[in-house]
Design a protein around this ligand. Structure first.
Ligand code: UDP
Length: 236
């Protein structure tokens, strides 16, 4: 785990947001991976994902509180989580202020349609280049098309590791743009699912809220988070 944790972005959220701004202003490109225990547990057995995680050009942000705590154990102090949902909200805000272009790829058709309605209403200055649900058969073809459209921002919401593998395959062809895998964020941003109440977020219990709301997540939680904590404790 250590080799992965060493690569986690360490600066506060504000600094990270400044870097995003710089990237957008200078038309450079960035591939962001929001890291939680599931990402790292998967990387141990999935060579393709591991290669993506270990690629120093990619930016790994600490999405989960266990990642922040595990980093502390190896002497790496991280002030706060930087979550996929918050990055998405920030990017939408800045895109609206500056008129940046956006492509949305992922989630169910009804979710993405709802999100598009919301974006058109609440972020009218965004240039929405297009959108596509995440269940389309030929995802690679869509990804190829997205890259050729040169969006300033591309949010991909399909869950780990599919979203990271898809971005990774085509990112090298991108001339510019922020590409980020945001998991279930479209479900929340569209208003179809609720994010945890502020108190849960403040107490770092967002994971608990998600399990209460969707008990089927418990097995996934056990397989990733609990095993991750054991590994960290045993300094693996
Ligand atoms: N999803 C998708 N295509 C697929 C499988 C999943 O677009 O083939 C979407 C799904 O609809 C959901 C998201 O990917 O919106 C994954 O959400 P989840 O809450 O499982 O991800 P997490 O935030 O836990 O990583």
């Amino acid at each position: 785990m250590r080799k992965y944790l060493k690569l986690i972005y360490q600066d506060p959220k504000e600094t990270f947001y400044q870097e995003l701004n710089k990237c957008l202003e200078n038309n450079t490109k960035k591939f962001i991976i929001t890291v939680n225990p599931e990402t790292l547990m998967m990387s141990e057995s999935d060579k393709e994902l591991e290669k993506i995680i270990l690629n120093k050009e990619n930016c790994l942000v600490p999405d989960g509180i266990s990642i922040v705590k595990a980093c502390k154990k190896i002497g790496k102090y991280i002030k706060e989580r930087i979550t996929g949902i918050e990055i998405s909200e920030y990017l939408l805000k800045i895109a609206n202020e500056k008129g940046y272009s956006l492509y949305l790829f992922g989630a169910k058709e009804e979710v993405i349609e709802q999100l598009v309605i919301k974006i058109k209403k609440e972020y009218p200055n965004i240039t929405l280049l297009g959108y596509q649900n995440g269940y389309v058969e030929n995802k690679e073809k869509v990804m190829k098309k997205i890259v050729s459209m040169k969006p300033d921002i591309c949010l991909i919401a399909m869950g780990i590791p599919m979203q990271e593998k898809l971005i990774n395959k085509y990112f090298k062809n991108a001339k510019k743009g922020i590409y980020i895998g945001v998991g279930g964020s479209f479900d929340v941003l569209s208003g179809i699912k609720k994010r945890a109440p502020k108190l849960f977020i403040k107490l770092n219990l967002e994971w608990l809220y998600r399990i209460i709301k969707e008990p089927r997540r418990l097995k996934r939680f056990w397989n990733n988070n609990i095993k991750f904590l054991f590994k960290i404790r045993n300094k693996e």
